[in-house]
Ligand binder design. Structure first.
Ligand code: PLP
Length: 230
């Protein structure tokens, strides 16, 4: 059953890419497995998926112990500075860098471990009071600051668009994030590392792809609804 869900998501990704004149292979599907048991993750792994997303450091640590080592774990949730040390050598990409202090901490821990950590800057693209992330206007200064730090590489931008009934309502936000990425690249002509756009979830990944997403983070459409009761 999970295989059928995955198949449908993959078909829709492909169709959305083709509608936008894009190569479907340029879009990475991250299966968001937060709260889901390792058995379900293994099932999706067996279908060929290697990119999985989690929003808690603890879950990445436990699951990566048990599951196959060739899984790429994406940290997509708000990251506390005191947990950076545990996660930087387990996640392939931290999508949720939402403050300069967090970037500082990632940098110093990366230097200590002698590694390079790839990150995305989280942008609060719709100015929502409840969301983490840099405001659009803050992103240029944040990039200028973070790109000077050792041990950390900005690979792009990430956003979680508002929860809306009609995904078309988020098109403008995805468009804005894409434009921001283009502007950053134009400004930092030497900094071609800014190329990823992580945007689009179960409710809006097709619109996000039409607007330029390179990474979509899809949970519910693959694994089903989450239970938070435990
Ligand atoms: C949970 C989560 C997702 C996946 O959400 P779905 O609606 O289940 O697809 C994507 N991104 C982030 C940051 C999340 O926390």
């Amino acid at each position: 059953m999970l295989a059928a869900n995955l198949e449908e998501v993959e078909q829709r990704i492909k169709a959305a890419a083709l509608r936008a004149g894009r190569n479907p292979e340029d879009i990475t599907l991250i299966a968001v497995s937060k709260t889901k048991p390792v058995e379900m993750i293994q099932e999706i792994y067996d279908c060929g998926i290697r990119e999985f997303g989690e929003n808690k450091v603890q879950e990445i640590c436990t699951k990566s112990e048990i599951l196959p080592k060739d899984i790429n774990w994406h940290m997509i949730g708000h990251l506390q500075r005191n947990k950076v040390k545990q996660v930087i050598d387990k996640a392939c990409l931290i999508h949720s860098v939402d403050s300069l202090r967090l970037a500082d901490e990632i940098s110093s821990q990366a230097v200590k471990k002698g590694i390079e950590v790839d990150i995305l800057l989280e942008v609060n693209i719709a100015n929502e009071a409840t969301k983490y992330g840099f405001m659009k206007e803050e992103v240029f200064d944040a990039v200028d600051y973070i790109r000077e730090l050792p041990g950390i590489t900005i690979r792009g931008l990430m956003t979680s668009a508002p929860f809306v009934a009609n995904s078309e309502d988020n098109r403008e936000y995805f468009h804005d994030l894409k434009q921001l990425c283009v502007d950053l690249r134009a400004k930092n002509i030497d900094n071609s590392t800014i190329e990823f756009l992580s945007m689009g979830m179960t409710n809006d990944y097709e619109v996000a792809i039409e607007e330029g997403a390179t990474h979509v983070r899809v949970g519910t459409a693959i694994f089903g609804e989450r239970e938070y009761s435990i």
